[in-house]
Design a protein around this ligand. Structure first.
Ligand code: GCO
Length: 255
């Protein structure tokens, strides 16, 4: 019984921003659990390389190269999936960027770029996937939030506003779609060893702060999100909606 609960065989998952980092780790994890995956990224070559590596592991992998902030490209990508008969059962809204600057120095254009990429895109892609899931009366949506979905930090204002919005968008998806068989939840990764965080990891003072502030006394590895992603993508979570699960070494649990 237990293993079947987490079996994703016969399901197809679209993971945005999945040619590297957290998205790639989750794509590998869902594929290992039996899902076919649709990889997404803006860099077609990097996407193709990632797809080839995953196919070499025996996984079923489709590629969909589009920039998540380009609404026309998103619509075209979903129409292409429709035309290929590829139904998205699981959506992971993972793609995101970071831009660190104090609010008083921040240009509005930079604010908009981060919010558009990290929040508005999750709405647009969530709407397109959700419309199709509603016709089938089933679907799983996993929005990737952050520690910043509930906590603030200096210099990451637009990222924080967007990730707090991700938590709220997840709750609205739940309010409107749970009765139609769609479960929408969020994952809040802690400080993970990713390219986006490279400047922080290499900063001795920041690194010491993360290690001291995190009960687990270490940064997280991207593959440590996989278990939570499989849980939220599988029938094991059919009565879980609108939640955010922090995978953060305990950081949000303590002062
Ligand atoms: C930062 C980091 C964080 C982490 C992550 C934490 O500058 O503080 O980029 O935002 O990346 O989002 O959940």
């Amino acid at each position: 019984m237990s293993t079947k609960l987490f079996d994703l065989s016969g399901k197809t998952a679209l993971i945005t921003g999945s040619s590297r980092g957290l998205g790639r780790a989750m794509a590998e994890g869902l594929a290992a659990a039996g899902a076919a995956v649709v990889l997404n990224g803006v860099d077609a070559q990097r996407l193709s390389d990632a797809a080839a590596q995953m196919r070499a592991q025996g996984y079923t992998v489709h590629e969909s190269a589009f920039d998540v902030v380009d609404e026309a490209a998103v619509l075209a990508a979903f129409e292409a999936l429709d035309a290929q008969g590829i139904e998205i059962d699981i959506l992971i809204n993972n793609a995101g960027i970071q831009f660190r600057k104090p609010l008083a120095e921040l240009e509005t254009a930079d604010w908009r770029r981060v919010v558009d990429t990290n929040l508005t895109a999750a709405f647009v892609i969530g709407r397109e996937a959700g419309r199709r899931m509603l016709t089938r009366k089933r679907g799983k949506i996993i929005n990737i939030g952050s520690l910043m979905s509930g906590l603030g930090r200096v210099t990451v204002g637009p990222y924080t506003a967007a990730k707090a919005g991700i938590k709220a968008l997840t709750q609205t998806m739940t309010a409107e779609w749970a009765e139609h068989g769609i479960q929408a939840n969020a994952i809040g990764p802690g400080y993970m060893l990713t390219d986006m965080n490279k400047p922080l990891i290499e900063n001795e003072t920041f690194n010491a702060w993360v290690v001291g502030r995190t009960p687990a006394r270490r940064w997280g590895n991207p593959d440590e999100l996989v278990g939570t992603a499989i849980f939220l993508a599988s029938s094991a979570s059919d009565y879980v909606s609108g939640q955010i699960i922090y995978v953060d070494g305990g950081m949000t649990a303590i002062l």
